[in-house]
Design a protein around this ligand. Structure first.
Ligand SMILES: C[S@@+](CC[C@H](N)C(=O)[O-])C[C@H]1O[C@@H](n2cnc3c(N)ncnc32)[C@H](O)[C@@H]1O
Length: 204
């Protein structure tokens, strides 16, 4: 088990209550918008406690992976509440156990701030996405504004210690480094929380 997975195992009992306020005020709206774009066979990377599961369209087939057993157990409870078309698996995003070109949609929400080697994880996401498929990233990251980055740098050591999360990752650049073609970026909270829609070009 990696250090980060262990941190999430320990945090899994508090995770939903820790985020309850921000979830109600903001994240739930962002999730609704992001997940409405999912189609077909979906891979959700870092499914966590399964907060996205209620927001998927009814006709999709979701495989959710996470490397924290504790987080997955919480997600399993949510799944049992009636979401039939969801499969949950213990797996590392940096080493996905799926063949190339398997999924129509890849989803991650607030995950690539934490994946220990984010570009490797994103390259794996790219590999398993079908050519012409869509990736939906709802992620927080470093801002372009030096001023907005001040609180992020202050929070960074605390979040790293607590959950292994970096507040100042350059996730949009990492998405491009992994080969994705960015179609559209929506800044949801300044440019710190962004919805990034990207594709794997057909023929790749
Ligand atoms: C901040 S939580 C977000 C959970 C969920 N996506 C959400 O929106 O509530 C980050 C999740 O990513 C998972 N994660 C981080 N790195 C991972 C990796 N390399 N492989 C699989 N899961 C990973 C963590 O275990 C954790 O559940």
């Amino acid at each position: 088990m990696t250090d980060t997975a262990g941190k999430y195992d320990r945090f899994s009992g508090f995770y939903d209550s820790f985020e309850a306020l921000i979830e109600r005020r903001a994240f739930s709206k962002y999730r609704k918008r992001a997940l409405s774009l999912a189609k077909g066979k979906v891979l959700e990377i870092g499914v966590g406690t399964g907060k996205n599961l209620p927001y998927y369209p009814e006709d999709v087939e979701v495989t959710g992976i996470d490397f924290s057993r504790g987080m997955l157990e919480k997600a399993e409870r949510r799944r049992e509440l009636g979401l039939k078309n969801v499969k949950l698996m213990l797996m590392d995003a940096q080493n996905l156990e799926f063949g190339d070109n398997t999924f129509d949609t890849v989803v991650s929400t607030f995950v690539f701030c934490t994946v220990p080697d984010p570009v490797k994880g994103l390259e794996e996401a790219y590999r398993v996405l079908k050519p012409g498929g869509r990736a939906i990233f709802l992620e927080h990251m470093k801002s372009k504004s030096k001023l907005l980055n001040v609180p992020l740098y202050l929070m960074d050591p605390v979040m790293r210690a607590l959950t292994g999360t970096s507040m100042v990752r350059e996730t949009q650049k990492n998405i491009e480094k992994a080969g994705f073609k960015i179609e559209r970026v929506e800044n949801l909270f300044f440019d710190i929380v962004r919805l990034i829609i990207a594709t794997k070009p057909s023929g790749d």
